[in-house]
Every structure is written in C-alpha cells, then in structure tokens.
Design a protein around this ligand. Structure first.
Ligand SMILES: Cc1ncc(COP(=O)(O)O)c(C=O)c1O
Length: 462
C-alpha cells in the first residue's frame, strides 16, 4: 500500500504514478490511521474533484467564477483573519466599514445615520433584515396596544422569492404571504401586495433581480402605494429590498432607477458581494437606513475576543478574506470600472437574448422587464418533440450547465431555462454557447423526434 511520496519509485512513468495514486487506500467514512505527505494528499483531493466541470461554463449560478490573480493572492494572504475578531483585526474591520459606506453611497443612503455590515451572503443578510423587521414591528405594535398573541406576524413578498425568505419565515415563525406572479406580470403585483397587509405585517420585501427570471419588482410603485397606505394607519409598513443580484448592478447600469434609499419607505437593503460585486462566494452586505430600524436586541457585544465591539450577525467566525477582496474590487475598478464590466455583461446578455429570439424556438420570459443580465426562456408553444431538458442535457456534453425548472406556484406548469451572464462570459464564449444551442436543436430535431409543423429559413418549424 502507498504511504507517502517516498513509496513512489522515482523511475516509474508519470502515468504509472497516477495509477498508483488512484489505487491509494482512502477510507471514506473514517480517518486514516496515518498521515500522508502533503503532495500526496493534494493529488488525491484533486483526483476526487476531477469530474466537477468547469465553473465558467456553469450558467446556472449568479456567483462569481472569476477573479483577478492579484485579488486571489490577497484572499489567500488573508484567509486566516477572522471577520468577527474586530479587536485583533481592526484594519480589516476598517476595510469592512469602508465597503459598507461605499455601498450605502451607491444606494443613496442618507449622509448620516445609516448602519450596515458584511455577512456570508444574502441569505444571512435576509435573515438579519427579516429579524429587524420582526423586532421593529413588535416594538411598534406593542406600543400601539396590538394583541401580539392573537395571530402570527406575516411578511409579504412575490411568489418569485428566493428560498432564503421561506427559511426566514419557517425559522422565525412568521407567516409568508406570497403574491402570485403570473404570465402577464412576472414581478410583484403591488395592488395585490397592499391588499394582503394587516396589522401583523412586519414588512414587504421587494426583489431587485428575481431568482427565477431576473426581473425587478417595481419598488418605486410599491413605495408610492405604501405611502398612501401608511397615511391612513398607525400600523406603518416598510420595505426591505432583496437586491441580492441587482444591488451591485443597477447603481451602475441604471443609476436613475429609483429602488433604493431615495424611496422613503425603504428601510433596509441586502446584496451579495459574490454576485455582481464580483467576489468569490462568501460575502454579502446589508445596510439599514437608520439605527432605529435595527432593533438593539440584534446587536451583541462580546468581550471574550479582547476589546468590546458591537456585532450583528447570525454566524460568528468566518474568514475576512472575502471582505478584503470586496474592498480590492471597489478600489481596483472604481465606479467606471464596474460600469464597463457590467455594460459588457449586459451586451453579452442582449446578444444571447437576440440569438435565442432569432432562432425561432424560444420565448424570452424577461424580454419586457428591467432585469439583471439573465436570459430566462421557454420553448415556444409549438409542436416540438424535444423539451428544454433535452436541450440542457445535450449542452452538458459540451460542459455547459443550464438549469431547467418550473416557475413557482400558479405557474408550476411553465418550464423555463435560465442563462446567467456574468463578467467572465465573454462574447466569444457566448458565441460558442449559441452555436452549441443551435447544434443541439438541430440534432434533437434530426434524431427520432418528429419535426414541428412549419419550417422557417433556419429550418425550424412554426
Ligand atoms: C433574490 C435572491 N435573494 C437571496 C439569494 C441568496 O443569496 P446568497 O446565495 O448570497 O445567500 C439569492 C441567490 O441567488 C437571490 O437570487
């Protein structure tokens, strides 16, 4: 049995060495008794991960799959720093605070009084936002004499919500009131949302970049409707914006779009730094308009790491390297750098969208909406004898990962696919993707499948 590098005969060929590693005895469910050399362990771990595919061809994820080498080096050099240990790493915390300030500035927060923090991602940020809304509501409702035990508090959101909101409601015993999306309106129906409000509503979540389709809720319209609603009641209702994907995209691409703290009833916003903030997974952000919207019950001070510092987080220890990387990106690209990168990504998304329209096979779901650079599409309602699953499976042969899924709730019978364009999907790569999609359709048509009814100039039937 192979115990370490020294067991590998230096005269054997490289292929033989690889074969030896492959036959290495690695127990899967208990520790090996003895250590192995680092190089052997590295090779074995790499072997385990070999079949995982190329992250850049994974068009299912919103998360960054590319960072510059300098950024990676910085992350590598700061891996051991613990983000919660604010007295040990005050300079890192200074960078975190600068990031919060920069993001608050991008989101048009009031000059003074806002407060924010980094998180692991938007899910943790969403939990903090939900808890703040719940505590803030409870304190207000108690003052107004509401019988808090009579019914559960509730949260209103469109049915296009990401699973973190379902988690929040289940973990913290809140009723999730979802406003169904429909084929004629795949974002939040504001009138319906307002009709769902009662005195037990802790808040309404607007989504800037729905996970299913990429579209934005009309937060400005929601704000206006709430303004009217709030004038007639003591039980005011406010907005949290889940800008997981849009929060670091829209301020560059559509700076005039009003969705953020310019709107009076928006009290908090979250985003994922690891999406359009262009950092590898592990970083999110949340900013509250003012301290009064972050109830003090959620702020903790611990002394056992040396020195007292307030923290608001659900996790405790985590590496600070994604914070450092976020700061690097902000410094490195500046406003205009982010603008250029995102414009490029948006152009690639437009290219993909147009090509999919032109091939005559797909309907684009997010065509008529403001949206992050995502192309969500379904098969036209024609007599195709292949499905989106067939197309996706076919593309997987060339390494592309393109998810197929059903829209939520009332639209469960609508099957769609989604291509998430990120900064590392170059136009060149996108051209390959389109070629592969066209080839897949051609092949699927040419195999045992029957053709759709009518053919157009590209050979597709209508
Ligand atoms: C709208 C929305 N909210 C929340 C999340 C969760 O984000 P994270 O993966 O950063 O926890 C996502 C993830 O895709 C999302 O799209």
């Amino acid at each position: 049995m192979l115990h370490g590098k020294s067991d590998v005969d230096s005269n054997v060929s490289q292929a033989a060495i690889l074969a030896l590693y492959d036959s290495f005895d690695i127990p899967k469910n208990r520790l090996r008794d003895e250590p192995v050399e680092a190089s052997v362990a590295t090779r074995l771990v790499k072997n385990e991960l070999l079949d995982e595919g190329n992250a850049r061809l994974n068009l299912a994820t919103f998360c960054s799959t590319f960072m510059e080498d300098d950024a990676i080096t910085l992350m590598f050099d700061t891996l051991e720093k613990n983000a919660i240990d604010k007295s040990e790493y005050p300079s890192t915390i200074e960078l975190e605070n600068r990031c919060v300030n920069m993001i608050a500035n991008l989101w048009n927060a009031p000059e003074k009084g806002f407060i924010g923090t980094s998180t692991v991602g938007s899910s943790e940020a969403g939990m903090l936002a939900g808890l703040s809304m719940k505590f803030h509501w409870r304190n207000r409702a108690a003052t107004l004499g509401l019988d808090l035990g009579r019914q559960k508090p509730n949260l209103i959101i469109s049915s296009g919500y990401q699973v973190c909101w379902e988690k929040f409601c289940i973990y913290w015993d809140v009723e999730l009131r979802s406003v169904p999306i429909s084929l004629t309106q795949i974002n939040l129906d504001v009138d319906k949302a307002i009709r769902l409000i009662d005195e037990y509503t802790i808040g309404i979540v607007g989504i800037l970049g729905q996970t299913y389709t990429g579209v934005y809720d009309d937060i400005k319209q929601l704000n206006e409707a709430l303004e009217v609603y709030n004038q007639g009641t003591e039980h005011k209702v406010y907005i949290h914006v889940d800008a997981a994907s849009g929060g670091l995209f829209v301020p560059f691409i559509q700076p005039k779009l009003e969705w953020d703290f310019r709107l009076k009833n928006v009290i908090s916003i979250n985003t994922s730094g690891h999406k359009y903030g262009l950092v590898y997974p592990g970083i999110g952000w949340i900013v509250w308009r003012g301290k009064k919207y972050l109830p003090k019950e959620l702020i903790f001070e611990v002394g056992y790491l040396g020195g007292k510092m307030p923290t608001m987080s659900i996790n405790f220890s985590r590496s600070a390297s994604p914070i450092v990387a976020q700061y690097y990106n902000f410094l490195r690209f500046g406003y205009n750098g982010f603008l250029k990168i995102h414009q490029y990504t948006q152009n690639v998304a437009s290219y993909v969208k147009n090509e999919l329209v032109n091939c005559g096979v797909f309907d684009i779901m997010n065509q008529d909406y403001d949206s992050i650079p995502v192309v969500c599409f379904k098969l036209k309602e024609l007599d195709f004898s292949f499905t989106l699953y067939d197309v996706s499976n076919f593309l997987e042969r060339s390494g592309w990962k393109i998810p197929v899924y059903q829209l939520p709730d009332h639209l469960k019978n609508v099957t769609v696919s989604r291509i998430v364009c990120r900064s590392d999907l170059s136009l060149n790569l996108a051209e390959h993707l389109i070629e592969d999609i066209l080839f897949a359709i051609q092949e699927l048509n040419d195999s045992n499948f029957s053709y759709p009814h009518k053919r157009d100039s590209k050979g597709f039937k209508h």
